[in-house]
Structures are given as C-alpha cells and as structure tokens.
Design a protein around this ligand. Structure first.
Ligand SMILES: Nc1nc2c(ncn2[C@@H]2O[C@H](COP(=O)(O)OP(=O)(O)OP(=O)(O)O)[C@@H](O)[C@H]2O)c(=O)[nH]1
Ligand SMILES: [Mg+2]
Length: 246
C-alpha cells in the first residue's frame, strides 16, 4: 500500500482511562523466554531538517550502534522498523558491525502513519511474545531498565513507564503480541496515537518511574532527540556520564 493516509488527531494522551488489572506474575514463567526488541527508525526527522536520527553520531558512535549494544545485552533479536527498503540501505554499513547478532528488518505498510505503524510492523515480525519497543533516537537506553520492563510485562499484555506527572513512555515499553489487533482497530478508527491501543488492552502494567530511578536516577533512558538543541543537550549529558564514570 503506498497511498497516504490521513489520521484524525486523537485525544488519547489523556490519562484518565487506565484499565490496569494486574494479574499475579509467575516468576518461573519466562526465565527461558525468547525476547525481542523493535527499534523504530522509520520517521523522517523533519524537526531536525529531515535527517536519519538513528544515524546521528557523537563521540564516534551512532545512536543505532549505542542502542544495539545495549539491547543485545537483554534480547535475542532486534528488529529495525524502517519506512522502506531504500532507508534500510543507508543503515547497512552500521548493521554489518553486528553480524554476530540476529538483526532483522520490517517495513511500513501505511506510509507516514507514524510510530504506531512501525510498532505494528515490528510486532508482526517479532518471533517473541514480548518485544521491547523503543524510538531509534534514544542513545542511552539502559539494558537493566529494559530487563525490568520485561519482568513487569511477564504474564501481562504490556509494561509502560509512568512518570511522576502521570505521562507515559509508550516508545520505551514492552508490548505483547496482543497489541497487534488493537493497533489494527485503532487504525480502522483513524487513530494513530500509540496510547490508543495500549488503553484497549486489559492487563497493562504501569511502572512508576520511582522504581526505574533506582537503576537510572536521571531517567536518561528516555532521553530522545527531536531538534538540534536536544542533540546538543544529549552530547553534554554524554560528557557528564563520562566524567561520573571516571
Ligand atoms: N517505522 C516507522 N517509524 C516511525 C514513523 N514515524 C516515526 N517513527 C519513529 O518513531 C520514533 C519517534 O518519532 P519522532 O520522534 O516523531 O521521529 P520522526 O518522526 O523521525 O521526527 P519528526 O519528523 O521530527 O517528527 C522515531 O524513532 C521515528 O524514527 C513511521 O512512520 N514509521
Ligand atoms: Mg514524528
């Protein structure tokens, strides 16, 4: 399908409808489970002047490399969610560096439908029941936080961080395959907010960021880059980290 799809603006950013019925997780259940990650890379980076944000580089390393290094500490395969094959070619040389790992690709069916379409394609391609989904413009994703989200999601439909101000981090979350039909329904209703299908699922775990702060005190994991100014801030943050490590 190549044609453009027009989606209505949704109001699903609001948080009043939360259907989190928590089931008892079985700690033995997922010890041997296959885990996937879906990295969303199919956006156009328009706010930065149309750039491939995942290929932005600082201190000699691209964001996608940083992400892959971190993710392969905790998942068995990574699926990179591209808009089309032409985009995949631009990433080939970076991805070759990870030939020892399982990296696969998926491509959008709906053009320019946003991250939710990338998630749909990624979850369809995923060989795991649970996939960690993140934006491809997040340089500091922390494998320990990803692991925590997998643990929280186990036996449930999804696990999303919830900030102190009540906002969620749907592009740094674990989703089960149950999200796929809910995404299809959202699109049928002209909705493209990632939170729309999330709120349709029954067993969603919202992980308070206070718990994540125990691992990642400044919540650097969620930092993402949308503008040139944010890129500058990320470079500064990175410098700070180097110092605190020494
Ligand atoms: N597969 C896929 N991924 C997308 C799509 N739109 C956005 N993304 C990804 O979703 C993540 C969050 O999106 P944004 O921060 O808006 O990134 P973007 O769309 O490239 O940037 P802008 O054009 O400035 O909005 C980024 O990692 C994007 O690459 C899409 O249509 N398909
Ligand atoms: Mg966008």
């Amino acid at each position: 399908m190549g044609g453009k799809t027009n989606f209505k603006k949704t109001d699903t950013g609001k948080t009043e409808v939360i259907k989190a019925e928590i089931k008892e997780a079985d700690p033995e259940e997922d010890k041997t489970k296959f885990r996937s990650a879906v990295v969303l890379a199919g956006g156009r980076g328009r706010r930065m002047g149309t750039v491939e944000k995942a290929l932005l580089e600082f201190e000699g390393k691209t964001i996608i490399e940083r992400l892959l290094e971190s993710l392969f500490r905790v998942v068995d395969e990574v699926i990179i969610s591209f808009r089309d094959k032409k985009q995949e070619e631009k990433f080939r040389s970076v991805i070759e560096k990870f030939s020892a790992h399982e990296i696969r690709f998926c491509f959008d069916t709906l053009e320019d439908a946003g991250p939710l379409e990338g998630i749909r394609a990624g979850l369809l391609e995923s060989r795991a029941e649970y996939s960690f989904v993140c934006a491809g413009d997040m340089p500091f994703v922390d494998s320990r936080v990803v692991y925590l989200l997998f643990e929280k999601a186990s036996g449930h439909d999804a696990a999303l961080p919830k900030r102190e101000d009540g906002k969620f981090e749907p592009l740094h979350a674990v989703y089960s395959k149950k999200m796929i039909p809910e995404i299809e329904k959202a699109f049928e209703n002209g909705r493209c907010s990632v939170l729309t299908p999330v709120f349709e699922m029954k067993y969603v775990v919202f992980v308070e960021v206070s718990e994540i702060r125990e691992i990642d005190p400044e919540l650097r994991s969620f930092a993402n880059i949308n503008t040139a100014d944010e890129m500058q801030r990320i470079i500064e943050l990175s410098g700070k980290k180097e110092k605190s490590l020494n």
